[in-house]
Structures are given as C-alpha cells and as structure tokens.
Design a protein around this ligand. Structure first.
Ligand code: ADP
Length: 373
C-alpha cells in the first residue's frame, strides 16, 4: 500500500538533513524534527508546546528571538548567519565530532508557513565546516599578504643595499685606473677591466631579479588592450636592431584583449627581441600571429632562428637559465622567466615549440575583450 501524501510529508519532515521546527502564533513549538531532536538532545515530546526560550534560555533578548517574533507578527522572513569569530547562535545544537560532541555553527532561516502564514517555519543548517573553511581561507590570505610584504621588503633591500656597495667598488676601480695612469701593467689593467665588467653584470642581474620579483605585485590593472597598436610600438622601438640584423617582423592583424598593457608590452618585447637575437647568420624573420579560441586568443611569436633542443625546453623558463655563454648571445636569462609570470597572470602558461635549426615558436593565450555594443 502506498503512503498518503500526509505520511510522506511527515517522513520527509522527520528525516530531513536540516533542523525543522514549526511555531504556532504564540511562538510555541508544534513540530520538532528528528535532526533538531538529535542535535539538541531535546526529544520532540519535551519540545512540543514550549517556546524556544524555554529550551534555550540564552535566546532571551537575542536577535533570533526578535526575528521569530517579527515573522509571527508581521510575516517577515529572515536569515541569521554566524559572523566570523562569533560564538554559535544561542540555539545549543551539537554534533558528534572526532573529539566528542562539539557545538555546531548554525545558520537559521525563518519564514511564515506557506499553508498557514500565522505559523512560522524555522530551518537550522549546520554550517560548521563552511565556517571552518572560510576561516582557513582567511588565515591563508593573511599569511600570503604577510609573505608578499616580506618579499616586497626584500626587493627593496636588494635594490638599495646590494647595488650601493657594487657602485662603490665600480667607482674605486675607476679611481685606481685614473690614479695609476701609466703605472699599471697591461695585465693589471685587464684584471681591472674584468672586475668592472663582472660588477656591471652583477648589477644587471640584480636589476633583472628585482624586475622579476615585481611582476604581479605592482598595479596589474587589467583593461582592454589593442594588441595591434601595442606590437607596432614595440616593432618601432626595435627598428634599429631589426635594420642592423637585416631582419623583418611580420605582424598579423591582432585583436583587442584584456590585460595589463605594461606587462604585455614587456612580454611581446622580450619574445620579439629574443626572436631577433637567437639567430645564426640568416636574416631574422619574426612572425606574430593569432587565432581565436572561444573567448581567448592564442598568440604565436615565431622565428627562423637557431631553435631549442627539446631536452632543454623546460629549463629556459627558469630564473637565470640560459643555454648559451654570454659571449655567444648576450643576456642574463631572466626574460623568459618574466614572460612566463606575465602569461600566467593573464590566464595561461607560456609554451614553446621548437627544433634545433628550425626556429622557435612561443605560444600563450589572452582573454578576448568583450565586444563593444
Ligand atoms: P636571455 O635572452 O637573457 O638569455 P631569456 O630568459 O630570454 O634570457 O632566454 C633564456 C634562454 O632561452 C636563452 O638564453 C636561449 O638559450 C633560449 N631562448 C630564448 N628565446 C629563444 C629563441 N627565440 N630561440 C632560441 N633560443 C631561445
């Protein structure tokens, strides 16, 4: 025999995985489900006919009590959610946890009963895990903020306190050359020359490291960026080195994307400069192209240069990782590490496809700007 709808309602009410209670117009409990009975330790027979304050004296004068009264008198609805760090709402409800019973964090919703608006339905939800998770996220965010501040401080120390003594050494090496004019041997002069060269290199490494550490900290405002204009400015600024190498840069029509214009300039500038730099004897040809992929664009910067051995293709994105001696191709090895950070900040990694002697293609994606209507 199938259950009547009345029986189905009662079973559903009883076995619901949330606390359900119905209060009559005098705020007395007329229904009290199994969840509430189990969590509060108050069986239905002890709860029925009582007011909530009789069962939970802390409710007297509380916001929850005012909410219940307002629903019964004026038919209002309300939701009460525990504030962060606050003690649980004054409904004493607990659950079995690993270390015995623990008081749960509840969210309470109250509204007039659809079938009889003079009564009200009280729903109690266990939001303990959600509150714990939110608390964890807040703690993590605080820790991240602290470590970001420490990193910023470190960057400041690096730029000021490490570069200053380098400049002094550089200055004294210069004084030595001037003071001992004609008295230093060829060999000593060559040593001094090497000292100043290494100092300049170290200074450049510090500047680059600083730049790398800054990506992601400063500004970072994302806005519509017209890539055609941005790339053509870069090509113009590189005109001298393009001419010198007797190369050319071919640029497809590029879209408007969402990004940080300063960082995107840095990204394209690094990739195009590398494409012009890592060449054998051939005249460099660099191609910047793009294809639409749903709501993003895939951008490719391809060259006809020396290419990269697949075995080293992961390494090149590391900080100060280079595949060539400085005497072969100048640089510090920070460019692609910065590019990777910028690409990730814009929603995806920077990847490379390359074979030795057959050129390289660097690939990343950018979000399409919403179409203007
Ligand atoms: P840098 O240009 O200062 O050496 P990058 O971080 O820009 O530093 O590049 C790291 C290494 O990746 C380079 O030293 C080079 O070996 C390799 N590389 C980068 N771009 C190209 C390219 N277009 N073609 C061939 N090799 C490249």
């Amino acid at each position: 025999m199938s259950a009547s709808s009345q029986e189905l309602c009662t079973i559903t009410f009883e076995s619901a995985e949330v606390g359900l209670a119905i209060l009559d117009p005098d705020a007395c409990i007329v229904m009290w489900n199994g969840w509430l009975a189990k969590r509060s330790g108050i069986p239905a027979e002890d709860a029925l006919g009582k007011r909530l304050e009789d069962l939970f004296p802390d409710l007297e004068g509380s916001r929850l009590q005012r909410m219940v009264l307002s629903t019964l008198r004026h038919g209002t609805t309300g939701v009460l959610r525990p504030a962060f760090g606050s003690s649980p709402l004054p409904l004493t409800v607990s659950r079995m946890a690993a270390r015995g019973f623990e008081r749960i964090q509840q969210s309470v919703a109250i509204k007039p009963l659809d079938v009889d608006p003079r009564h009200c339905l009280l729903q109690v939800f266990d939001v303990t895990s959600m509150i714990h998770r939110e608390q964890l996220l807040r703690d993590q965010a605080k820790r991240l903020q602290r470590s970001n501040e420490e990193l910023k401080e470190l960057a400041y120390v690096v730029s000021h306190d490490l570069r200053a003594p380098l400049r002094t050494v550089q200055q004294f090496a210069g004084f030595l050359v001037e003071d001992c004019d004609g008295r230093l041997s060829e060999e000593s002069l060559s040593h001094l020359d090497r000292i100043t060269h290494r100092i300049r290199r170290m200074d450049q490494l510090i500047v680059d490291l600083l730049e790398y550490s800054k990506v992601g900290f400063d500004g970072g405002e994302q806005e519509p960026v017209d890539l055609t204009a941005l790339v053509s400015d870069i090509v113009e600024s590189l005109a001298a080195s393009i001419d010198e190498a007797q190369g050319r840069v071919e640029v497809d029509e590029l879209p408007v994307v969402i990004g940080d214009p300063v960082r995107l300039t840095q990204l394209f500038q690094n990739l195009i400069s590398n494409a012009l730099k890592f060449q054998a004897d051939d005249s460099p040809v660099v191609q910047v192209s793009c294809t639409k992929q749903e709501d993003r664009y895939e951008i490719r910067v391809a060259d006809n240069g020396i290419g990269i051995n697949p075995a080293h293709q992961d390494r090149i994105f590391g900080v100060f990782k280079r595949l060539h001696a400085e005497s072969e191709y100048e640089g510090t090895g920070i460019g692609l590490a910065v590019c990777m950070k910028i690409a990730l900040l814009h929603g995806g990694p920077l990847e490379v496809e390359s074979e030795p002697g057959k050129g390289s293609t660097f690939i990343f994606t950018l979000a399409a700007a919403p179409q203007a209507t």
